[in-house]
Design a protein around this ligand. Structure first.
Ligand code: PLP
Length: 445
């Protein structure tokens, strides 16, 4: 079926004038999305697709939630922009609502435009507070596309950007399915990963390490839920060596894992916590750094040398206030937890049993990965880390043709619908994935 009129023009102008992220520009074939509602989007041919990507794991409350759209419109009529040095009602209210949901003493917010610049500022704060230059971050991680954030990232997207990578050191985190530590149990993996991190700190010189930065659960890199006690162990190492702990909850925060913040579930309070995406489901760009006492006290009498024109933009903050209010009212966080436990976990376990190309399924809440392999014994991935493969391309094509918009990376299909997904919608997605995996089984055979 051909694109309908306006969509055809959209496509043509896109191909002529829009420069896309992370891609060679020639040969791109972007999906035209014309509208969206709840868990669904519509493409330029008029087809409805179940959004199992949440648009880069972002629309936690689903698409076009009327209260949030209305709040943005109302705010636009009242006050569209205000410089960051002034106080503003929606910014104050958004800060209050975010802080109230954050663990421990994280009770100040520095607002940014998204996740990468939140990490940039968190790292800058840690360096200024400690007077130390280095930051340790994980291999198999993603922290954003700006210069420091991409250097901190542990996946291959950083390679072409590595010039000027001063002060970033990568370490291995826990990933039992492909253990770097030859561990056989979660407890072994946890203990060995912590011993490895301590060695890295010792060998780098603790007096040179400003911060350890890690995702609460690495997201884009594979949704490897750390074993119980790992995050608490990292907290303990940071305390022992005077290192600032920065936890990146850009993808995990605001309901995705069935909690407001995954670090809180693990009983861990970082010195700095970065967020974006789910804070207002991306209806208007917004991110931020939650700041604890140690960092806040440092800047009480000294200026913080950093800022952004749009820090705490009223439209973005109005969207955050409305989105968090909706999440409370509709018990969205609890829904994510329940759907994960009752529908997605058992559904994926069945798919893993049925399809030999599934190496492992893992996750929680509405945050799951299906890892695809050519051979269960060798665990050989169907695609290289950071790379594509004809099998993954065919998986995406099949999913779309059956009415599912998936999120894929390397050899994985991520199951990341909105936190508001209904049990029926989640089941609909799993049924389509069943067919997609049959196709992958055939190709792997
Ligand atoms: N940190 C994590 C964990 C992310 O998943 C992302 C984006 O996917 C970022 C940071 C970067 O956020 P943004 O794209 O808003 O700059």
């Amino acid at each position: 079926m051909a694109l309908i009129d306006d969509a055809a023009r959209t496509y043509e102008l896109d191909r002529r004038h829009v420069f896309h992220s992370w891609s060679a520009q020639a040969g791109l074939d972007p999906l035209v999305i014309t509208r969206a509602a709840g868990s669904y989007v519509w493409d330029g041919e008029g087809n409805r697709l179940l959004d199992f990507s949440s648009q880069l794991v972002n629309t936690n409350i689903g698409h076009q939630y009327p209260d949030v759209v209305e709040a943005i419109v109302e705010q636009a009529r009242r006050l569209t922009t205000i410089a960051p040095q002034h106080a503003n009602d929606v910014r104050s209210e958004a800060a209050r609502l975010i802080v109230e949901r954050a663990p421990g003493d994280l009770d100040r917010v520095f607002f940014t435009n998204g996740g990468a610049d939140a990490n940039e500022h968190a790292v800058r704060m840690a360096r200024l507070v400690t007077g130390r230059p280095k930051v340790l971050s994980r291999y198999r991680s993603y922290h954003g596309g700006t210069q420091t954030a991409i250097n901190l990232t542990g996946d291959p997207r950083r390679f072409p950007n590595d010039a000027g990578n001063a002060g970033v050191v990568h370490f291995f985190g826990p990933y039992l399915y492909r253990s770097h530590f030859h561990a056989r149990t979660e407890a072994e993996e946890c203990e060995r990963a912590l011993a490895h991190l301590e060695q890295v700190i010792e060998l780098e010189g603790p007096q040179t390490v400003a911060a350890v930065l890690l995702e609460a659960i690495p997201g884009t890199a594979g949704i490897m839920v750390p074993p119980p006690g790992y995050l608490a162990g990292v907290r303990e190492l940071c305390d022992r060596y005077g290192i600032v702990l920065i936890i990146d909850e850009v993808m995990t925060g605001f309901g995705r894992t069935g909690a407001w913040f995954h670090s809180a579930t693990e009983g861990v309070v970082p010195d700095l916590l970065t967020f974006a995406k789910g804070v207002n489901s991306g209806y208007v760009p917004l991110g931020g750094v939650l700041i604890g006492d140690r960092i806040a006290e440092h800047f009480a009498q000294r200026p913080y040398p950093g800022g952004l024109t749009y820090s705490g933009h009223p439209l973005a903050c109005a969207a955050a206030v409305a989105a968090i209010t909706v999440m409370d009212h509709d018990v969205v966080v609890e829904n994510a937890l329940g759907i994960g436990q009752e529908v997605i976990a058992p559904g994926l376990a069945q798919l893993a049993e049925r399809h030999p190309s599934v190496g492992e399924v893992r996750g929680l809440g509405v945050f799951w990965a299906i890892e695809l392999v050519t051979d269960r014994d060798t665990r050989a991935p169907v695609a290289p880390t950071g790379g594509g493969s004809p099998i993954m391309a065919e998986a995406v094509r099949t999913a779309k043709s059956l009415g599912l918009l998936p999120f894929t990376n390397s050899n994985r299909i991520h199951v990341v619908p909105p936190c508001t997904v209904s049990p029926q919608e989640a089941q609909e997605g799993l049924d389509i994935l069943d067919k997609v995996l049959s196709r992958v089984d055939d190709l792997v055979d």
